[in-house]
Design a protein around this ligand. Structure first.
Ligand code: K7E
Ligand code: CUA
Length: 864
């Protein structure tokens, strides 16, 4: 790559290099590329994915965590992982499964009384409006133990798990209807819908498939189990599903993979399932109408009640014209409705084709009641050929689909060929293909399964990584590959090892559509979203005893837990309600007690509860588990568990020497002086804040309230110090004075943060010219050498206009042609000092004028 090109690429990509420095040291980039064996294409890929510190991602991706039972959150294009959300599996960091509020959620996922602490998550789905994604709630299914979880994207926490009352396994969940009316969950392996024993001979008579419609109560953010119902289906092993939209609104589609109803028996010498279940050339696409079914579910004569749940019968659905079958190439995999709802695309898996059904044709056949026959359960079967738009040969193992922003463009994963194929489902033409590494399952384009796909990037969810990463033992990470799909040719950008389960599927959303909270309203139970009845404010800390039940109401704030001693009897049932009193974001405290297997994460404003039976005698430190301040290690206390049946010797007196009265007095004077000096700093900050009317800026006000809160605690403590001193208890006075200092430090810490924020808020608004100037300044890469307010690899530009006589003209001429000034005394001294010359950035006259306006703005706000 030549020098000019490298400068151009680097500047365009906004890498940390600037045009000037990259050009001045272009050979460095060349040297790095050479040393690391990087091509120009690699550098471009890096430039498209690299996020400089502080820069945020355009898309947020929610990935199933597979067998981890969690959900993973990462960003595109950086592929940086942000969070693992505990869903079906305990997640210690978030206290999920270790505090009482979250244990209640996990407990609601118990099946037939059995607590299940893992899940096989497959398909995440977002709430939708008109088929477009809305960043309010996320749903994910558990294939192993048929369940659906709701994650509230207000705080990215799991708030509900519902158990499917009739299925014994599932796969085709979660799929959302276009206005989030229902979360659809389709079964996988057919089984009796009741919980009893049935022999395999009863397969056709008693085993059933099903699809469940979970009613989503949007205002409550909860699935309404009572209002939910299911549809009985033949034992065909239903599979992936998708809801219709646009033209096909009201309908939904589910694949199947064993319409042969083969029942296996390899151990009896029978051919295995894999042979018997793929015998026929075709399986069935189930086509059903949830708007008709929801009406049927209102009338007792249409449904059976199984485990307290309404199941609309096949017969009732057929009679009402709500259920049909269409043959599809055998053992297909994904089924995806196009953004406009007109077509339904099916990946062949064992067939090299993708099959495109035309909903218009399907609807026409249904309306004319033109059927090719019925299946053994009496369901009308539509003619496949008459329902088709067509088929396209894609390659080996087509699985899943995702759509492009451009109309008619679809991307399909090929599992066996390890490829993504870009093709046109309207004109049935293959357009491009790219190799992935290796054996791709799902793929996702940005918002790719919504009614308004954004395209831009595709993510390949590769099952095998084989040789892509440093080996970490026989269990390989999976590989999520980021692919640029903006151009005519797909381009591979990035490989991300996935260290968590087998993430089957992801769903992506524009980051701007997510508006998560940064703190909680004081006293929130995050799992209900409501105020906790156990919220404890400062001054309300207490321990209540009721027989063997000990209830502690505790608070946490930098840097103490109140209370610091909890004394109980062996065998007591101990409940500790904790409230984090912080209001500043990212000031999380954690809580644990040695031995008792509990942990809570208390984000600012959260109230959470831990509970345990203190069945072991002893002394158990408890502490804050988040490094929350310089005095985090001091944020602790002791749980003392006494055996009430034992007699304990009286306390042993300390034999350590104490300080002399003179030494004590000296320490006292010192802490008084420190406190005075610290208070002066606080007063100067407070004066600044008041002068600048901080109360007009909500964010700053929040911080100041927090700071004053801390400051307000000082008089009480100070009084205790003074009283101790008066009584001659100098040691006690010193300790209380230290506590005064703690409050002062916290006040100063938050106060200074408020001051910085305020300074930013009240900076005079930039004129349009100055704003353009800033843009030119940044685009030109001037910030590579000049840091405002600081001497960096070039001089600070604050006051530059005042440094020279006729400053504006001087700066203009200098930017225009720096070389003319290289022999100027002042410039020469600068060149010597920084060992760098100001390069000619070939700015236009207008750009230079704008930059001068920007420099003026800097000077106006220099005092902040
Ligand atoms: Cu194809 Cu469970 Cu969506 Cu895996 S499924 S790949
Ligand atoms: Cu609170 Cu560490």
């Amino acid at each position: 790559m030549n020098k000019l090109l490298s400068c151009g690429i680097v500047a365009a990509a906004g890498l940390a290099f600037t045009v000037s420095s990259a050009c001045a040291s272009g050979s460095d980039l060349q040297a790095i590329m050479k040393a690391r064996g990087l091509t120009e294409k690699d550098i471009l890929a890096a430039a498209k994915t690299y996020q400089p510190s502080g820069k945020k991602d355009d898309y947020i991706v929610f990935s199933s965590g597979g067998q981890s039972g969690q959900v993973m959150v990462y960003g595109v294009p950086s592929m940086r992982i942000y969070k693992y959300i505990g869903v079906f599996t305990p997640e210690p960091w978030q206290g999920y499964g270790y505090d009482e509020e979250s244990k209640a959620i996990l407990k609601s996922g118990a099946i037939r009384g059995k607590q299940i602490t893992w899940g096989d998550t497959h398909h995440p789905a977002l709430t939708e409006k008109n088929g477009e994604y809305v960043g309010d709630y996320l749903f994910i299914n558990d294939k192993a133990n048929p369940r659906i979880a709701v994650i509230n994207l207000h705080d990215f926490e799991t708030t509900q798990i519902v158990v499917n009352p009739i299925m014994k396994s599932e796969h085709g969940g979660s799929f959302i209807t276009p206005n989030s009316e229902y979360v659809i969950e389709a079964a996988q392996y057919a089984a009796p819908l009741d919980n009893g024993y049935h022999s395999m001979d009863e397969y056709e008579a008693v085993f059933r498939g099903a699809v469940t419609f979970w009613k989503f109560d949007y205002p409550k953010g909860k699935i309404d189990e009572k209002a939910s119902f299911s549809l009985e289906l033949p034992p065909y092993w239903q599979d992936l599903s998708d809801a219709g939209k646009g033209e096909s609104f009201g309908w939904a589609f589910t694949n199947s993979i064993n319409s042969e109803m083969y029942t296996g028996g390899i151990e009896k010498g029978l051919p295995p399932f894999e042979a018997g279940a793929s015998r026929n050339d075709t399986d069935y696409l189930h086509v059903y109408n949830w708007q008709i079914l929801e009406k049927l579910a209102q009338d007792k004569k249409n449904y059976m009640e199984i485990n307290g749940h309404r199941v609309v019968t096949i017969d009732a659905a057929v009679k009402a014209g709500a259920l049909f079958l269409i043959p599809e190439p055998k053992s297909p995999h994904g089924v995806d409705v196009t953004p406009d709802g007109r077509y339904i695309v099916i990946g062949g898996k064992l067939d090299t084709h993708a099959t495109v059904y035309d909903f218009k044709k399907i609807k026409n056949l249904i309306d004319k009641k033109e059927f090719a026959g019925t299946d053994p359960y009496g369901i009308p079967v539509l003619d496949m050929a008459k329902s088709l738009q067509g088929q396209v040969e894609l390659g080996l193992g087509p699985l899943h689909n995702s759509f492009d922003e451009k109309d008619g463009i679809i991307y399909t994963s090929l599992y066996v060929d390890s490829q993504i194929v870009k093709w046109d489902y309207k004109n049935l033409k293959v357009l491009d293909r790219i190799n992935v590494h290796y054996n791709i399952g799902h793929l996702d384009t940005m918002e790719g399964k919504s009614s308004k796909p954004k395209g831009k990037y595709a993510i390949a969810l590769d099952k095998l990584s084989i040789d892509r990463f440093n080996p970490v033992g026989p269990l390989h990470p999976q590989n999520h590959q980021l692919i640029d799909i903006a151009g005519a040719k797909m381009e591979l950008l990035y490989d991300m090892p996935i260290p968590l389960g087998e993430p089957h599927d992801v769903v992506s959303i524009a980051a701007s559509k997510l508006k998560p909270a940064t703190t909680y309203t004081m006293g929130t139970n995050s799992r209900t979203g409501k105020e906790s009845p156990f919220v404890t404010l400062a001054g309300q800390e207490r321990v209540e005893r009721n027989g063997k039940n000990v209830t502690v109401y505790a608070t946490m704030i930098r840097s103490h837990i109140n209370p610091e001693h909890i004394e109980v009897n062996k065998g007591d049932n101990v409940t500790i309600h904790l409230t984090n009193l912080e209001r500043a974001q990212d000031e999380t405290h954690g809580f644990t007690v040695d031995l008792y297997n509990i942990h809570a994460s208390l984000e600012p404003g959260k109230t959470a509860t831990v509970n345990f039976v203190a069945d072991e005698e002893g002394v158990f430190p408890y502490y804050c588990t988040e490094f929350c301040s310089a005095l985090h290690l001091e944020m602790m206390g002791y749980l003392l568990v006494k055996d009430p049946n034992k007699k304990y010797e009286s306390a042993k007196a300390s034999k350590l020497k104490t300080l002399s009265p003179e030494a004590l007095k000296a320490e006292y004077d010192k802490v008084i002086a420190t406190n005075k000096a610290t208070d002066e700093v606080i007063q100067s900050v407070v004066t600044y804040l008041k002068e600048k009317h901080y109360e007009k800026y909500p964010k700053v006000k929040e911080l100041v309230t927090d700071a004053l809160d801390q400051y307000g605690k000082i008089p009480e403590v100070k009084a205790k110090a003074d009283e101790a001193y008066k009584k001659g208890d100098v040691n006690g006075a010193i300790l209380w004075e230290y506590q005064v200092w703690q409050y002062m430090v916290k006040t100063a810490d938050v106060g200074l943060r408020a001051k910085n924020n305020l300074a930013k808020e009240i900076a005079t608004p930039m004129s349009p010219a100055a704003a353009k100037g800033e843009e030119a300044y940044l685009k030109g890469g001037c910030n590579g050498c000049h840091v405002i307010g600081q001497v960096s690899s070039g001089p600070d530009l604050t006051g530059v206009l005042l440094r020279h006589e006729n400053g504006e003209k001087w700066v203009f001429d200098f930017i225009k042609d720096p070389a003319k000034f290289y022999n100027d005394e002042y410039v020469k001294s600068m060149i010597d000092f920084f060992n760098l010359r100001m390069p000619n950035q070939h700015m236009s006259d207008q750009e230079i004028k704008d930059i001068i306006e920007y420099l003026k703005w800097i000077d106006e706000n220099a005092g902040m």
